[in-house]
Write a protein that binds this ligand. Structure first.
Ligand SMILES: Cc1cc2nc3c(=O)[nH]c(=O)nc-3n(C[C@H](O)[C@H](O)[C@H](O)COP(=O)(O)OP(=O)(O)OC[C@H]3O[C@@H](n4cnc5c(N)ncnc54)[C@H](O)[C@@H]3O)c2cc1C
Length: 381
């Protein structure tokens, strides 16, 4: 990946911030359920490390999406969860900038970029997340806006979001995706209540349910046209899926680098472990697969920067990145022997954190469905 001087500078800024400010508190923040460190989030924003691809008019740096990917990986190397805030920032800023009323975008996007506003996206409902367009939460028209009624579940940061992008049904159930609209709901809206889950990983970010009891949303806060919000807003996922791949790979690379150091120091049979190919080859394989998955993510972001289609490639990043990372971290944990199994080392937390992305934002099966549909359609054309 060839970066210009400005891009190299922001990459090394992210790497320095990750090693000096994020890595030392990564495990400590795991003990605080569903509470984002807002001070660190604002620092990320002040340094330009959240959604740097956003235009300068809306508070961003106007950099390439590829650079956002490089920053994401660098941050995740120090703290997967703080890195995930950068991905969320990019996804939400991009959706709002592309689909919101001009005044609403001017209000929200600069605050997201500055690390001052945390926005969640609420698609999944209790009946299931894979069949994403099968939405029951209703948006009923009233004077000057809509009234939202229903439930969303499994929503990242549900308990602490300042704003929520909500998908709701404005048309008939039989209209499928065409009857779905998207809304930006301010966190303090009357009639909105929240719960928090106890999760395996991503604890500093958290997940929960949202209940909408006649929540009023003005017309100005509808994202995209009525009934087309689903297709319009879902395009944002082509971006975040490539970033999520890099998020997972950054975390795995940290475990891998620690493992290379460890096998040089740890001895067995009067030799460093590094001299046993049974120990070093699995790490060499993990290094290779991470490098290959990283190239795929950079390629996908490159397609996006060039304005070329990348839906299938983004889906490839989204299943290959987490899978490669989970396998690599698991291998690193084993490489540390009995120490690896301890809660005192980071491998267990990285494994728990990265596994979240094997489900969140769509499972591997759903990603393969997207890839298969795309390639089969090309073959028919
Ligand atoms: C950490 C985390 C964060 C999340 N954050 C958010 C969020 O911020 N916002 C949000 O809206 N949602 C969020 N989710 C929910 C997530 O998007 C859903 O869990 C996911 O889409 C799967 O839906 P489901 O859990 O209902 O599984 P189901 O849809 O019930 O599927 C169950 C299993 O069946 C498989 N399956 C389903 N259909 C098919 C098929 N056609 N072919 C093959 N296999 C299939 C699935 O892959 C899965 O393994 C999050 C989930 C997690 C774990």
């Amino acid at each position: 990946m060839i970066l210009d001087d400005e891009e190299k500078a922001i990459q090394s800024l992210a790497q320095r911030f990750a090693s000096e400010k994020l890595a030392p508190g990564y495990m400590h923040r795991d003990t605080h359920d569903a509470v984002v460190d807002r001070g660190l989030m604002r620092e990320l924003g002040a340094l330009g490390l959240i959604a740097p691809e956003v235009s300068k008019e809306l508070g961003g740096l106007g950099l390439r999406c590829t650079v956002a990917g490089i920053i994401t990986e660098a941050l995740a190397y120090g703290d997967f969860n703080m890195g995930s805030l950068a991905v969320t920032g990019s996804l939400m800023a991009q959706i709002i900038a592309a689909n919101a009323d001009e005044d609403v975008a001017a209000d929200w996007v600069p605050r997201i970029v500055a690390g001052e506003a945390l926005v969640s996206l609420a698609l999944t409902e209790p009946r299931g997340g894979s069949d994403a367009a099968n939405i029951g939460l209703s948006a009923r028209r009233g004077a000057g806006g809509y009234f939202l009624n229903g439930e969303k579940t499994s929503i990242t940061s549900a308990g602490q979001a300042d704003g929520i992008i909500v998908f709701a049904r404005t048309g008939l159930a039989e209209d499928g995706a065409r009857g779905v609209s998207a809304f930006l709901v301010p966190g303090g809206s009357k009639g909105l209540s929240r719960t928090r889950f106890r999760d395996l990983g991503n604890r500093a970010i958290g997940r929960g349910s949202l209940f909408f009891d006649g929540v009023f949303v003005p017309d100005s806060h509808r994202l995209g046209d009525e009934g087309t919000g689903f297709a319009q807003v879902m395009q944002g996922f082509d971006y975040s899926r490539a970033l999520l791949g890099l998020l997972c790979l950054g975390s795995a690379q940290a475990s891998l680098d620690e493992s290379w150091r460890y096998i040089n120091e740890r001895q067995a049979f009067r030799k460093p472990l590094a001299e046993f190919q049974g120990v070093s080859f699995p790490l060499a394989e993990a290094e290779t697969l991470i490098a290959a998955a990283r190239v795929l993510c950079h390629h996908t972001l490159g397609l996006r920067d060039a304005g070329l289609p990348h839906t299938a490639e983004a889906a490839m990043c989204k299943w290959l990145g987490p899978k490669t990372a989970v396998d690599a971290i698991h291998q690193c944990l084993l490489t540390f022997g009995h120490y690896g199994y301890s809660m005192d080392l980071s491998h267990q937390q990285r494994l728990r954190d990265v596994m979240s992305m094997e489900i969140g934002d769509g499972t591997a099966q759903i990603m393969k469905l997207i890839i298969a549909r795309d390639r089969a359609a090309h073959a028919r054309a």
